[in-house]
Design a protein around this ligand. Structure first.
Ligand code: GLA
Length: 396
């Protein structure tokens, strides 16, 4: 893989200049705790062994040259480190450009341009965070380029996550929370990350799936309006919180409420739709805390039950599933040996995550696949995934 990528890099960008480095950043899947990260709640994601590979070489001018093996038809996309702004025609390169911009904003000034070739084995737009993977990868590369400077060398992986989210919010206009970038930057093999998004305190929790697999089903639905719908959900929650704060001024976020406290206060949310959104945020956060406790006690059945409840709440109260994700999950629930199944990520398309007993994996892929294609009219894709580490430099 590494040699092939280097070969391609030289073919696209030529051999002149410094020795390029080869890097990797994972994708992520969230096991439970959806749409809680911008509501001051908990999440429980993990990094995957699939992700984005990058070959990068520092230049001695201000030019940026990008090439992706996933979008070869777009060819080399060029820009400059001077006057960075998001541009439609810059396409996917707005993600790495956003990171350079964010480094500059945080006073980690980037003096030179670079050549970057990417190859991702995460399905694009699948909801496994291919964009956050590119963001963290770019930050990791920039830190490595300038590591002789102690200011850069002292940037932690956690800060790379924060810079990634900042660039996505301010440069690329998606008001996302911290979950994706954090899960990717802080990933640890065979562990999920129990993160309190209000404080960024976190803990690794081993995910020991003995006799079971994590299966991702990708809906392949085109996610047209996903970003604007995502921002809409976020502002619905903010509106609901404001009304609750009028009654309870010390309340900082929906994540601070228990189910009981929410039930007592919910009548103060005037719009019933916003009340449903807030209900999801509160209950999902509590579910996440319970799910991690169950996992620690090795109660995977309870963990799966909470995953299923999470999906129902995302479908009925948060309304981010759609017929595609609902079909994948409802078909999964019919199969013996499925411990739990739910949509994962932002929703509106994207994918589901299921815990499936080893002996049921083939039936799962066959039955869910056939039923999905019959109902939706096109096929889903399935991936049996493993939990991997965070970003790394691949030593030549
Ligand atoms: C997207 C966002 C995350 C998070 C999830 C929903 O993946 O990038 O910050 O809000 O949706 O849980």
């Amino acid at each position: 893989m590494k040699d092939k990528l280097l070969e391609k890099f030289y073919e696209v960008f030529g051999r002149e200049g410094e020795e390029p480095g080869v890097y990797f950043a994972p994708g992520r899947v969230n096991l439970i705790g959806e749409h809680t990260d911008y509501n001051g709640g908990h999440v429980f994601p993990c990094a995957l062994t699939i992700g984005t590979y990058g070959v990068a070489r520092k230049r001695n001018d201000s030019k940026l040259r990008f090439y992706s093996l996933n979008f070869e038809d777009k060819g080399v996309i060029e820009s400059s480190i001077i006057d960075l702004k998001p541009e439609k025609q810059a396409d996917w390169t707005n993600y790495p450009k956003g990171i350079i911009w964010a480094f500059n904003e945080k006073n980690y000034t980037i003096p030179y341009g670079f050549d970057l070739l990417l190859y991702g084995n995460i399905p694009n737009g699948s909801g496994l965070s291919s964009s956050a993977s590119v963001e963290v990868l770019t930050g990791f590369i920039l830190r490595d380029f300038y590591k002789e400077n102690s200011i850069f060398d002292n940037i932690s992986n956690e800060e790379l996550a924060i810079i990634g989210q900042f660039s996505e919010n301010k440069f690329n206009g998606v008001n996302c929370g911290i979950m994706d970038q954090f899960a990717i930057a802080m990933g640890k093999k065979d562990n999920a990350i129990f993160l309190d998004t209000a404080t960024l305190k976190f803990e690794y929790a081993p995910v020991k799936l003995e006799g079971m697999k994590l299966v991702i089903a990708c809906s392949n639905k085109k996610r047209g309006l996903a970003d604007s719908k995502y921002n809409e959900r976020r502002s619905e929650c903010e509106d609901a919180l404001k009304e609750l704060q009028a009654k309870k001024p010390d309340l900082n976020s929906l994540g601070e409420l228990t189910e009981e406290e929410f039930e007592e206060l919910k009548s103060f949310i005037s719009d019933p739709v916003k009340a449903k959104r807030a209900k999801h945020a509160v209950y999902e956060n509590q579910r996440t805390v319970k799910a991690v406790a169950a996992l620690k006690e090795n109660d995977i059945i309870e963990f799966g039950r909470l995953m299923n409840q999470s999906h129902e709440s995302l479908s009925k109260d948060y309304e981010v599933t759609g017929i595609e994700l609902d079909t994948l999950v409802e078909e999964a629930w019919k199969i013996d040996g499925v411990i739990g199944s739910r949509m994962t990520g932002a929703g509106f398309g994207g994918c589901t995550v299921s815990i499936v007993k080893d002996e049921a994996v083939d039936t799962f892929i066959k039955n869910v696949g056939e039923a999905y294609e019959k109902k939706i009219g096109y096929a889903a894709d399935f991936y049996v995934v493993e939990i991997g580490d965070g970003p790394k430099k691949i030593i030549l």
